[in-house]
Design a protein around this ligand. Structure first.
Ligand SMILES: NC(=O)C1=CN([C@@H]2O[C@H](COP(=O)(O)OP(=O)(O)OC[C@H]3O[C@@H](n4cnc5c(N)ncnc54)[C@H](O)[C@@H]3O)[C@@H](O)[C@H]2O)C=CC1
Ligand SMILES: O=C(O)[C@@H]1CCC=N1
Length: 269
């Protein structure tokens, strides 16, 4: 926590990172945010007590630049800011799809780049963050990225070649679970439960199932089999899921997300 971190483009995920660092006790004097809109900057300063600076001033002051703009905005940002980033800074990209080589193009030779893919459960310190070394990133840079993201949940080091798959699985993953909860709440309503009751039942069921997965260490098939009684209710539901190809739909959905990350990388943003 001795480094100064600037979140460049503190939107949704940038704020998730900032708030997590504040909760973890990162000195607020060592946290900087940049924002395109002045009112957004004021909001972040009021909410977290962090300094809000223009991009270039942030890059001059910080040791670590955590780039959290949308991939579509990264080229404009880096064309302007990249050549002004002083040597010796660590650039950490939070952007989906963009490879570290993209950032290296705009930066002084030798600037280390690390790519991370985190997710929104960082808001409750339950993130899954995958960290990959890009050009010139040493073990020390990876350790610094871990120091920033470990307080927000779990971290894992992976080769950069796996980051598009990670993005499809755990980066976007919370959205799939929220989608399922939404659909299952509707199902409860179809069966006659009040909306709030259906919501509460499924949220606690999701939490219980997630904790079992983590704490039992059992394979999900075994956990599911324990719920599935012979000639019972669960198998009747599972048959419907199988009939509707839900497993195949998930395989296709994640492949589509991975393909989208690759399109972003190919600049088809
Ligand atoms: N939302 C999520 O769950 C996750 C998002 N990501 C990645 O994080 C990045 C940001 O996504 P979100 O936070 O959802 O988007 P967002 O649109 O909420 O945040 C991006 C922010 O960057 C600001 N910005 C853009 N250009 C700027 C510039 N030149 N200077 C200063 N600020 C600038 C925008 O005003 C905006 O506030 C994306 O690259 C996305 O792939 C990664 C993991 C999860
Ligand atoms: O939807 C997106 O592109 C971003 C990346 C991972 C989660 N949200």
């Amino acid at each position: 926590m001795t480094h100064t971190v600037a979140v460049i483009g503190a939107g949704k995920i940038g704020e998730v990172l900032l708030s997590g660092l504040v909760r973890a006790g990162w000195p607020v004097g060592r946290l900087i945010a940049t924002a395109r809109r002045p009112e957004r900057g004021r909001e972040l300063a009021d909410r977290y007590g962090v300094r809000v600076l223009p991009n270039e001033a942030a890059a001059a002051e910080a040791d670590v630049l955590a780039v959290a703009v949308k991939p579509q905005d990264a080229e404009a940002l880096m064309t302007d800011l990249g050549p002004k980033v002083p040597a010796g800074k660590l650039v950490i990209s939070l952007c989906a799809g963009l490879p570290t080589s993209f950032f290296a193009r705009f930066l002084a030779a030798g600037t280390p780049v690390v790519r991370v893919m985190t997710n929104t459960p960082a808001l409750v310190d339950e993130a899954m963050t995958a960290i990959s070394a890009g050009p010139h990133a040493t073990a020390e840079h990876l350790a610094l990225a871990e120091e920033m993201f470990t307080p927000l949940g779990r971290t894992l080091r992976l080769p950069e070649s796996q980051q598009d798959a990670v993005t499809a699985l755990s980066g976007s993953g919370p959205a799939y679970f929220f989608y399922l909860v939404e659909a299952m709440t509707d199902a409860g309503i179809l069966l006659g439960l009040p909306r709030q009751v259906a919501h509460d039942l499924i949220v606690q069921t999701a939490i219980g199932s997630a904790v079992m997965l983590r704490e039992s260490g059992e394979h999900p098939v075994k956990l599911r089999e324990a719920v599935t009684s012979p000639a019972g209710t669960t198998i009747a539901a599972i048959r419907e899921l199988e009939n509707h190809g839900v497993r195949a739909a998930l395989l296709g959905a994640l492949e589509a997300a991975r393909n989208r990350a690759q399109e972003i990388a190919a600049n088809e943003v």
